[in-house]
Structure formats: structure tokens, C-alpha cells
Ligand binder design. Structure first.
Ligand code: M6R
Length: 362
């Protein structure tokens, strides 16, 4: 049931404020200042966290790496499941392994879990389906409470995965004595603001719909971001490829000069994710290199960022949000751009060609 929406993807994007609230309530009751996770996650003794997933779930891990480093002082290793399972990763009894999967049935992710299991202290998972194979084979499975996701393009599962990973990172920081009780409580309070900010981001839909008309004419699109916005750029490019079939690539903005700048011409739309944070100036200087070559830039930023950036051909204003939760809010324009570009092109948004919702074979 699409609940009055044209597509499951539209319904699932619209559900995000409610989903984020449900997941928050499940782990951090509205009045409590703590985060209630299952007992016994060995964060305090861990010397390394290994995160493994595929596709969008992998990008959620990539964002979470910044969080575990910044808020928990925990070393993180990341890999996509299809690579991890055939490597000889150096694992040990003080490592934690964390697998992220919406379906909980992705063949490569499950195989990666089985590959790691005998060598690590604990196997954790972040899943949407609590009865799934990945959940059952984990020591601790953390559900994201997103409800069924039908659209092949993952949307609400991504933002809910990020929220649960954010909570895990904060909890790890507290238990490792890396984050003070005050800093922990401040970050939890920021997480509580997510439903409101995500709703504000969803309100930009009409503007995004109009902008996507031009994007639908493009043959290729480049996405740029730095820090936590780099995985967001990757997610934006993946969404666009999946449902509009436009070739899209994402680069860390600092890599531009190392090759992709050769692609810039008047036809290539370049979408830049850059909230006004500590990396803003760096990203904007890369954006200016694109503009100096007549590249068609769309800057996604907040009021301060847009004011500081000066004249840009296209821009989209996001709410001003705390750095910690920004990647979850900026996921919304990444999704809406792909959705509306695909609608303009008339592709099948919920059932894109060649793709399955759950990849249960290698
Ligand atoms: O069910 P999983 O989260 O394990 O699925 C992983 C990927 O197959 C999935 O995220 C895929 O990349 C999506 N179609 C992205 O929109």
C-alpha cells in the first residue's frame, strides 16, 4: 500500500521523520538522557571496529567511521562485503565486527559475517529485519525500526541505519571514557532534533523537482563532498544511477585535482554537498575550480554556507543543523534528486531494471 503516494520510494522518503522518531524512542526513551542498548557490547575493551556491508548500507558505515573516530576514539576498518569475505583480514580477540544490512539476507554480507565470526570478540549487526539470517547469527542485533522497505532504492533504511550507528558511536564514546557525560547528552539532544530537520529537508521537494528537470538531460553527473559528506556524495551518485540510469560518480572533493577535474565542461552537472562546517572552505575552493571551468554547479548547503559561497549557478538551502547529524539530513536531497530526475526520465522508480531488493546470491 503506497498510502496515497505515487511510488513506494516516495512513501518511504516521506516516512523518515516518523521512522527516525520511532528508532530514537526505541533506544532512548523521550525523557531519559541515556541510550539503552542491549547489555554486553564490549566497546570498552575493543581496540578496533570492523564494519562491513554492501551498497547503501556500506555508505552508512562509511559515515559512521567518522563518528566512531571522532566521538569514541575507536579505530575503524571498513570494507565492502564482497571484498572482505575473500581477503585475509587480520582479526583478533579484541576486535568487534559490525555488519549493516537492511534485509539482513545479503549473501556477501552474511558470508563476511561468517568469515569474521571465529576471530573476533563479538559480532554485532544493524538490521531492519530482526528475524533475518544476519540478525540471527550475530551476538547482538540492533533493529533500525524502519518498517518494511519495498522500493529497491534504499531511503528510510539508510537514514535509520545512520541514526542507530550514531547512537552506537555515542554509547561507545561514553563507555570508553572518550566522551564526557555532558558531550554525550548534548549529542543525544541533537539526535532528538532529527525528525524536525528531516521534515524541513523534505519540504524542499518542489524546488528539487524543478531543478531535476535539467539534471534529467545530463549524460553524466558528478557528486562531491568532504568528510561525512563524501559518503553522502557516494550515496547520491548510487541513488541516481540506480533509478534514473544516468551515469554518476562521486569523489571526495580533495581528489578533484587528481583526475576527475579533466571531466569538467559546460555539460557536466556537479552536485556539491557542503554544510557550513569546518571543511566548508576547502570544499568551496574545489567547487570554485569547477566553476572556473564553466562546470554547472549545484551547491547544497545552509544559509551561512550559501551566503559565504557567493554566486553559484544553482543552489539548494538546507536547514542549519548541528555537524553531528548533518549527514542524516543531507541524505534527503540526495534521495529527492534521484527520485525526481528519474520521474522526469520516466524510468521505473520502484523496480529499476536489473536490480533486486535483496541480493541473496553473490
Ligand atoms: O539489504 P542490504 O542493506 O544488505 O542491501 C545492501 C544493498 O544491496 C542495497 O543497499 C542497495 O545498494 C540498494 N539498492 C541501494 O539503494
Amino acid at each position: 500500500d503506497k498510502a496515497g503516494h505515487r511510488h513506494f520510494m516516495a512513501k518511504e522518503m516521506a516516512e523518515q521523520p516518523a521512522v527516525l522518531k520511532a528508532a530514537m524512542d526505541a533506544y532512548a526513551a523521550p525523557k531519559a538522557d541515556g541510550i539503552d542498548l542491549p547489555e554486553g557490547i564490549a566497546f570498552a575493551k575493543a581496540d578496533r571496529l570492523i564494519m562491513v556491508a554492501c551498497g547503501t548500507a556500506f555508505y552508512a558505515c562509511q559515515v559512521a567511521k567518522y563518528w566512531f573516530e571522532r566521538y569514541a576514539g575507536l579505530a575503524v576498518e571498513l570494507d565492502i562485503a564482497s571484498e572482505f569475505r575473500y581477503r585475509d583480514p587480520v582479526l583478533g580477540p579484541s576486535n568487534l565486527a559490525l555488519f549493516v544490512s537492511q534485509s539482513g539476507e545479503t549473501a556477501d554480507t552474511l558470508a563476511a559475517l561468517r568469515h569474521a565470526r571465529p576471530h573476533v570478540a563479538q559480532v554485532l549487526s544493524v538490521v531492519n529485519v530482526p528475524t533475518s539470517s544476519i540478525a540471527r547469527e550475530s551476538d547482538v542485533a540492533l533493529p533500525i525500526h524502519a518498517g518494511p522497505e519495498i522500493g529497491v532504492a534504499s531511503t528510510k533504511a539508510f537514514t535509520a541505519q545512520l541514526q542507530v550507528l550514531a547512537m552506537l558511536a555515542l554509547k561507545a564514546g561514553l563507555e570508553r571514557g572518550f566522551l564526557s557525560a555532558e558531550a554525550f547528552a548534548a549529542r543525544v539532544a541533537e539526535l532528538r532534533m532529527l525528525p524536525g530537520f528531516v521534515a524541513q529537508a523534505l519540504d524542499r521537494e518542489e524546488e528539487i523537482r524543478r531543478m531535476s528537470e535539467a539534471l534529467a538531460q545530463a549524460r553524466d553527473v558528478l557528486f562531491l563532498g568532504r568528510g561525512v559528506m563524501y559518503p553522502l556524495a557516494l550515496e547520491g551518485a548510487l541513488k541516481l544511477k540506480e533509478i534514473s540510469y544516468i551515469h554518476a560518480e562521486a569523489y571526495a572533493a580533495g581528489e578533484l585535482k587528481h583526475g576527475p577535474i579533466a571531466l569538467i565542461d559546460t555539460d557536466l552537472p556537479v552536485i556539491v554537498f557542503a554544510p557550513y562546517d569546518a571543511l566548508f572552505d576547502k570544499t568551496v575552493s574545489n567547487m570554485q575550480e569547477v566553476m572556473a571551468r564553466q562546470g554547472k554547479v549545484l551547491l547544497i548547503s545552509d544559509a551561512q554556507g550559501l551566503a559565504a559561497a557567493g554566486d553559484v549557478p544553482f543552489w539548494l538551502q538546507m536547514p542549519t543543523v548541528p555537524d553531528f547529524i548533518a549527514p542524516i539530513v543531507y541524505a534527503v536531497p540526495a534521495q529527492l534528486i534521484a527520485y525526481h530526475t528519474a520521474l522526469h526520465r520516466g524510468t521505473d522508480v520502484d523496480q529499476p531494471r536489473n536490480l533486486a531488493k535483496s541480493v541473496t546470491v553473490e
